[in-house]
Design a protein around this ligand. Sequence first.
Ligand SMILES: CC(C)(COP(=O)(O)OP(=O)(O)OC[C@H]1O[C@@H](n2cnc3c(N)ncnc32)[C@H](O)[C@@H]1OP(=O)(O)O)[C@@H](O)C(=O)NCCC(=O)NCCS
Length: 336
Amino acid sequence: MGGEQRSGCIACMGVTTEQIEELDFSSASEEDRRGLYEVVAAWVVEDSPGKKRPSYEACIARWELHDDLGFEPPRFVVAREAGKIIGYGEVRISEAEANAHLATANVVVLPAHRRRGIGTALLHAMLSLVNGRTVIEAWSVFGDSPGEQFAAARGFRVVSTMTRQRLALSDPPEVGELPAGYELVTWKGAAPEEFVEAYVEALNGIRDAPRGETTLDLTRNTVESIRREEADAVPVRWIVLLLHEGQAAGVTVVELDPAVSTVAEQLHTVVLPAHRGRGFGRLIKAYMLHNLKGVETIYTRTSSENEHMLRVNHSLGYEDTFIYMGVQAKTADLQA
Ligand SMILES: CC(C)(COP(=O)(O)OP(=O)(O)OC[C@H]1O[C@@H](n2cnc3c(N)ncnc32)[C@H](O)[C@@H]1OP(=O)(O)O)[C@@H](O)C(=O)NCCC(=O)NCCS
């Protein structure tokens, strides 16, 4: 099936009852939204270590918004049987120049419909949604799962191994003393004008964090790109910025779950090279924990190679919950 195909039967797989077609999420019927939700919920119950069914609202909110890496709300292809959605493929692209080569993707098929070529047909149909992106990465592949086998069979290679961690937030830990010359600034939502440049510089310091062989580039933020992201539909963010004599020294970012106000995601944390080795990574994260009014559970993800950040997180009370992988393929290889 070629990348230009938008709808059709999976006749080439010897199955003619399923239909693959694009689905515009913003205008999708309630029934189709429910259908997508049932597919993702079945997967979460099957594969995620907590096996806890996500809420409908949480899934819908994620599909309506930019993700926490600045990628647009997803475009979908769906597989139907007798009109009912039995699998979907989702593709996100980013407007940021740094990631103009990249699409992120995911494919999910209801367990009862697997090993009939539907996942493969969805993957091929998704290629029409990547809008010229030359690399495709998928970031939700659990070890020893059908997803891992499928990704390998379809020519994806593992580029990163990630550790998922969770913190039940009760009493936030002590922050510790800030040495002379340092200052912490914190805000929620859009960056104040006077700090936005230091914020950008601190974020771009993520360049030397261990991230495997992903092509995802998080190091080319600009004031304009930050303002664009803030104007997009994104969940609420808290920022803690560490300044040294008015200059950027470090940053940490936490995002509130768009559907569950007691849950948050700890995103990027950076201490710039000149300020490393002095415990600032832990300090800014501990300080952040005092800001998160109403939050009871925080999740984070870190490269499994990033021993330092994993150790900092453990010292704050985070527990490892599971390992997952990022996989990558060239679009051209998938079209072949
Ligand atoms: C991954 C997933 C989408 C595959 O869907 P599917 O419809 O079963 O995929 P296909 O039938 O097209 O499988 C294509 C090939 O992948 C491999 N494969 C898929 N599932 C496999 C499994 N459980 N064990 C071994 N190989 C498997 C096989 O080589 C298969 O070809 P074959 O059946 O001719 O041997 C499905 O298992 C799923 O929804 N898993 C949960 C979601 C997930 O992990 N997504 C991440 C994927 S990037």
